[in-house]
Write a protein that binds this ligand. Structure first.
Ligand code: HEC
Length: 211
């Protein structure tokens, strides 16, 4: 009987400690964080693109968390300043990633703004970066004799397609590229997030002077 009570109370204490450390403390740390004014919520198209990013496992090779100068030379790599919790205000789920087989993409929209480049690179990474080990996401595109009305033709470097064929982007590819183009967390973050400094009290008004 005694050992039952010991077992149950031991389990309750462990569960309580784990809840405090993994649920309550993180909640207290991030609950007061407000989205930076420069960070805009995703558009519907970007949210669809984000779903394509998740479905295709981009997060397995790409992080979205540039690190501090003390930890990694990410700023020197052109990946941007270290990210802060507020940068993820609209990210559900966040896509921090833990692998960096490819570059960090948290600011790819600034580094590479061209939709043409993204579409072509997704269709065939090695047409742009010789020796790239990124998989070609060719199934997000169609190879056809000619594009139909309203379809977006991908401008590939010459010699990448059979003579007389065109590559057109699927809606998924277009959504994904809109999401990538929107990844921009280059705004300055510290002044905007620090609580405003209290103003000094106004100086006492001078005593009235005799005329
Ligand atoms: C197997 C690992 C792997 C996967 C999965 C992968 N990538 Fe990559 N990616 C790389 C590598 C390696 C590079 C660097 C070489 C290059 O640019 O092709 C790269 C480069 C990139 C770049 C250019 C980055 C820069 O700084 O120039 C973008 C954009 C990109 N990937 C997007 C994606 C997207 C979107 C997906 C999912 C649809 C994806 N990647 C999936 C490995 C991967």
């Amino acid at each position: 009987m005694d050992s039952d009570i010991q077992l149950i109370s031991g389990a309750m204490v462990s569960l309580g400690l784990a809840t405090a450390a993994l649920v309550v403390m993180p909640y207290i740390q991030v609950r007061d964080i407000v989205p930076p004014p420069e960070l805009k919520p995703y558009t519907d198209q970007q949210l669809r693109g984000r779903a394509v990013y998740i479905a295709n496992g981009c997060v397995y090779c790409h992080s979205q968390q540039p690190r501090d100068r003390k930890l990694a030379p990410d700023a020197a790599r052109g990946w941007g300043r270290a990210s802060v919790p507020a940068d993820y205000s609209y990210d559900r789920p966040h896509l921090l990633g833990s692998m960096r087989t490819g570059p960090d993409l948290f600011n790819i929209g600034v580094r590479q703004p061209s939709a043409d480049w993204h579409l072509g690179h997704l269709y065939q990474p090695r047409a742009y970066v010789p020796g790239s080990i990124m998989p070609a996401f060719a199934y997000l595109f169609r190879v056809k004799a000619r594009a139909d009305e309203g379809e977006q033709v991908v401008n590939l470097p010459p010699g990448r397609l059979p003579e007389g064929m065109v590559v057109v982007a699927s809606p998924d590819a277009l959504d994904l590229v809109k999401y990538l183009q929107g990844l921009n967390h280059t705004y300055a973050v510290l002044p905007a997030l620090a609580p405003p400094l209290p103003l000094p009290p106004p100086p006492p008004s001078p005593p009235p002077q005799p005329p």
